[in-house]
Design a protein around this ligand. Structure first.
Ligand code: UDX
Ligand code: UDX
Ligand code: ADP
Length: 465
């Protein structure tokens, strides 16, 4: 029988917990990893051939380890109690109501998971916060756990933020730029952090495993995401200048990115960033700054989000203007619904906001995305803040094929940068569209000269064509 050197329990089988702990199991055959979730359906899916998270390379890793040293279970209490190390990877969405609504994170799931640990643990545990959380969350976790510890049981708390990006999660996990572990600097804190470091040392070079105090670690996660999002808002702000002047944002980004102090990544102009992290983390930072009485700091970071919303509005206005100032009853093909390519995740996707605007103008939208399940599109677009069910039924159609989606439309709007959109037969698409036929490329991924030659009227983010 398998007698593991260490037992890990991960609470939360989502986009973060699932892939990150699957990779730990894959790289550490001597460790037993169990991922638990209160959502039984989700656990069933993790135990099936059809995993609930789409991520290139994830299937192979899960199928290689599942049943050996990787398990998925809805028996949360049992596996908490059995584990030496517990990762907390539950969701922490932005609060929708109450104090801090629209900015602060909803920590109810995190607190309930922490209370569960306090309640069921009968031996000492190292508890690791993995979900992105506002600063000082470790402190609250400690308060809950300490109140429930005794001479025989102690809880050590570590912060180990996850920096993976969706769509490249497996590669990011196998080859991380760094692994960050925050801890207290007490002897117990240092001991706990070396236990966690020993897990990563199975595959991550030692010099990439860095340590910090708990607050630095928590803040670094928010800061890293804020800095990345800020680069996107910066280039998107420049895209507006480019469209107005005839400069080309891709040329500007290339020229700037060659400066080694700036670097080429995260300078791709777009319809605006999405995803579960960027906006949430910046709003967290804004909320934190305000609660620390630092209004200038709050305003600075808030501008990154304002610019992102502006980019989506600006793109919409450009579409309406090009279509002779009205899109009412016109047909728009939406290419891509995910917040980025190579994921089926739609959280905060720019597509949702754009379609919201299109529906307000009473346009008809025909959506194609290669990975997003149709039920998810329905859920996102029938959110009361987006559109009514009646409007959705009246105006929205979903397709399994981009050619079908584009048939009879006046315009194609490219929202997600899926590679397949670069190699479609646009000649064929053109033949089946209303004329004049428009393409609005919100990702600057297609060759606009080719499209123009076919006969399309083309608009590209950050270019004046
Ligand atoms: C800058 C640009 O770097 C250079 O490419 C351009 O051609 C001219 O403007 P310069 O102003 O000479 O060069 O110096 P730089 O090293 O950029 O520093 C500018 C200011 O920023 C200095 O006051 C410096 O102390 C400060 N700085 C720089 C910081 O406060 N923090 C940093 O991390 C870097
Ligand atoms: C991000 C961080 O990259 C990751 O380190 C953190 O752990 C979680 O948040 P993720 O949101 O999964 O990851 O994807 P990311 O690649 O960062 O893209 C976020 C959004 O920015 C997407 O909508 C993407 O299309 C957009 N983006 C990204 C741009 O518009 N331009 C760019 O140059 C880069
Ligand atoms: P993330 O992108 O942060 O991974 P997800 O929403 O994809 O977020 O995943 C979080 C998971 O955590 C969900 O599947 C949710 O059911 C689970 N979860 C939330 N609270 C608890 C809890 N107290 N115990 C176990 N699982 C939980």
């Amino acid at each position: 029988a398998f007698s593991p050197k260490l037992k890990i329990c991960c609470i939360g089988a989502g986009y973060v917990g699932g892939p990150s702990c699957a990779v730990i199991a894959y790289k550490c055959p001597d460790i037993q990893v169990t991922i638990v979730d209160i959502n039984e359906q989700r656990i069933k899916e993790w135990n099936s051939d059809n995993l609930p998270v789409y991520e290139p390379g994830l299937d192979e890793i899960v199928f290689a380890c599942r049943g050996k040293n990787l398990f998925f279970s809805s028996d949360v209490d049992f596996h908490i109690n059995e584990a030496d190390l517990i990762f907390v990877s539950v969701n922490t969405p932005t609060k929708k109501s109450g104090l801090g609504a629209g900015f602060a994170s909803d920590l109810a799931y995190l607190e309930s998971a922490t209370r569960r640990i306090a309640k069921v643990a009968t031996s000492s545990k190292i508890v690791i916060e993995k979900s992105t959380v506002p600063c000082k969350t470790a402190e609250s976790m400690r308060a809950i756990l300490d109140a429930n510890s005794n001479d025989l049981i102690r809880f050590d708390i570590l912060s180990n933020p996850e920096f993976l990006a969706e769509g490249t999660a497996i590669n990011d996990l196998l080859h991380p730029d760094r692994v960050l572990i925050g801890s207290l600097t007490t002897p117990e804190g240092i001991r706990a952090r070396s236990v966690l470091a020993s897990v990563y040392e199975h595959w991550v070079p030692k010099e990439k495993i860095i340590t910090a105090n708990l607050w630095s670690s928590e803040l670094s996660k928010l800061a890293a995401n804020a800095l990345l999002a800020q680069r996107i808002s910066s280039i998107n702000s420049l895209s507006a200048i480019c469209e107005a002047t005839g400069a080309d944002v891709d040329e500007v980004a290339f020229a700037c990115g060659l400066d080694s102090r700036i670097g080429p990544k995260f300078l791709k102009a777009s319809v605006g960033f999405g995803g579960s992290c960027f906006q949430k983390d910046i709003l967290n930072l804004v909320y934190l700054s305000e609660s620390l009485n630092l209004p200038e700091v709050a305003a600075y970071w808030n501008q990154v989000v304002i610019m992102n919303e502006y980019q989506k509005e600006r793109f919409t206005s450009r579409i309406i203007k090009s279509l002779f100032n009205t899109i009412t009853n016109k047909n728009l093909a939406i290419f891509g619904f995910a917040f980025k390519k190579n994921t089926g995740d739609t959280r905060e996707s720019a597509a949702i906001t754009l379609i919201k605007y299109f529906l307000r103008e009473n346009a008809n939208v025909r959506i194609y995305d290669p990975k997003v399940p149709k039920e998810q599109i329905v859920r996102d677009l029938t959110d009361p803040e987006v559109a009514s069910v009646e409007k959705f039924n009246q105006r929205v159609q979903m397709f399994d094929c981009p050619y079908e989606a584009a048939k009879g439309t006046d315009a194609i709007v490219i929202v997600t940068e899926w590679d397949e959109f670069k190699v479609l037969d646009y000649q064929k698409i053109y033949g089946e569209m209303n004329k004049p036929a428009f393409v609005f490329d919100g990702r600057s991924i297609v060759d606009y000269n080719v499209l123009k030659k076919i006969g399309f009227k083309v608009s590209v983010v950050g270019k004046a064509i």
